[in-house]
Design a protein around this ligand. Structure first.
Ligand SMILES: [Zn+2]
Ligand SMILES: [Zn+2]
Length: 176
């Protein structure tokens, strides 16, 4: 299982392979270390049945970082790559369109869309934590797809937390 998260201490993006073997996650930037909750994940066999620790695949119960228990499943598709393919297709079709090559123009547009769809289908799924945004690859879990309501709940919570951490300065007292 590979985990990518923002260090809670210095906010650097940290990636760690074989996260399931590490009881403590250490930030390579600021060397801050934090314990992984003992109940963060269990292990499951090919059919999803629980197996002994270290066998089968790790199955997340909660986030290893924050440790919220609300995560969502989504395709691990690099958005920049998808947009890049579409932009390249558009640019190429502009050239063929300028040359009044109707069939190649549509073939390019259709082809790039098709490549995007196929790539999307081939991409593995990853888990993302609503609260802290940590991403997990190669882990299973009882989590569904993205839910806007849950996302909004955590967004509001984050805003409240930052406001509490940095409250507006009290008005300066008048100097007599
Ligand atoms: Zn750090
Ligand atoms: Zn989290």
């Amino acid at each position: 299982m590979r985990i990518t998260y923002a260090c809670p201490s210095c906010e650097a993006t940290v990636s760690s392979d074989d996260a399931e073997t590490k009881p403590v996650l250490v930030c390579p930037q600021c060397t801050a270390a934090f314990d992984v909750p003992g109940d963060a994940f269990g292990w499951s066999g090919p059919g999803g049945e629980p197996v002994a620790a270290g066998e089968g695949v790790p199955r997340l119960r909660r986030c290893m970082v924050c440790p919220g228990n609300e995560l969502f499943t989504r395709k691990d598709f690099p958005q920049r790559l998808g947009v890049g393919i579409v932009v390249a297709g558009l640019a190429a079709s502009c050239v063929t369109w300028a040359w009044r090559l109707l069939v190649p123009t549509f073939a390019i547009l259709f082809g790039t869309a098709l490549v995007d769809v196929v790539l999307y289908l081939l991409m593995p799924e990853c888990l993302t934590c609503y609260r802290c945004g940590a991403r997990y690859r190669g882990a299973g879990g009882p989590f569904g797809g993205f839910d806007l309501e849950t996302h909004e709940k955590h967004r509001q919570q984050r805003i409240r937390l930052t406001q509490r951490a940095a409250p507006g300065r009290p008005p300066a007292s008048p100097v007599s």
